[in-house]
Design a protein around this ligand. Sequence first.
Ligand code: SAH
Ligand code: SF4
Length: 353
Amino acid sequence: MLKIDILDLNLEELETEFLNMGLKKFNAKQVYQWLHQKLVFDFDEFTNISKEVREKLKEKFEIGTLKYITHQVSKDKQTVKFLFSLPGKRLIESVLLKYKNRYSICVSSQVGCPLKCDFCATGMMKFEKNLKCSEILMQFYYLQKFLREKNDKISNVVFMGMGEPFLNYDAVLKSINMLNSKEGQDFSKRNFTISTSGLINEINKFTIDEKQIKLAISLHSVNDEKRSSLMPINKANPLAKLKESLINYQEKTKNRITFEYILIDDFNCEKEDAVELVKFMKSFNHLINLIPYNKVEGKPYVTPSREKQREFYNYLVSHNLNVTLRETKGDDIQAACGQLKVKKEEIINEKNN
Ligand code: SAH
Ligand code: SF4
């Protein structure tokens, strides 16, 4: 009999399963706490559950399908990249980032990404599948356990790893709700950010479903022609319509929207781009995150000089926009934004050494 991954079940679903198995409802809550609060992933360590019940659980369930393979620490020790495997020899990465004694984690939502933005390393991989809720949760749990050993903990979660989270809407939202649950990590929804390339239907759905989770939009240009050349999804989700749906989001949720804007030399950070961006932002309570383009092998794009980045930043600031210019972090271990792309050959080499 194929086993059910117990980490895919929220508390209510687990209680229903327990009742169907002729087990007690309160046992379901205890099991849920072992898994999602204490992060213990071995049925035999559930000391308040009888041996008989534990045996029944082992027959019916497995605990997670994501396996830790290795991790790499950047030279400045502020960034750690984790590699995990999934059934079918699939590989994903997650990143832990330290900033002023707070830890953010960047999690993946898909293996590869079908949207194929031209600048992105993940887009170069073959799209294989959406991650299951359990596989998203396990990224958080491994990194949380890694930090617990150092008496630290995760402060923020961003869905900016591999994949487009809104193409895996249900599993992403379910994982957030489970991490938020009192019997789990009790992790505030305000500390999650979902980054999307700008899928309008899903933004509209999200506006109705969730008021607390933060939203980030990968903008990169406010000119349709340029944006479409970078991001094919702009054709079906053009800027005017995207803007309309974001204005609606803002009215309904009162949340500030983060806009990510990659700086690519000779492409989207000239004076005219800045002028257009200022106009676009007039409608929004916004934060613009300028991200100097991270080099991806085989792509023609160039990172502008620091001076040019500053000029663009200064223009926006002088027109009263709310802007941060990101420092590149973790690029020595290919862990910076958009650089996540698992190279199977490298891993095989590493193992052979
Ligand atoms: N699919 C989602 C989330 C994952 S990508 C999205 O596109 O928003 C996370 C962020 O990294 C996005 O803003 C994306 O545009 C950016 N990114 C991708 N490739 C990059 C690169 N080479 N340099 C800098 N940022 C990049
Ligand atoms: Fe997918 Fe985001 Fe990369 Fe675009 S930038 S290919 S949406 S992961």
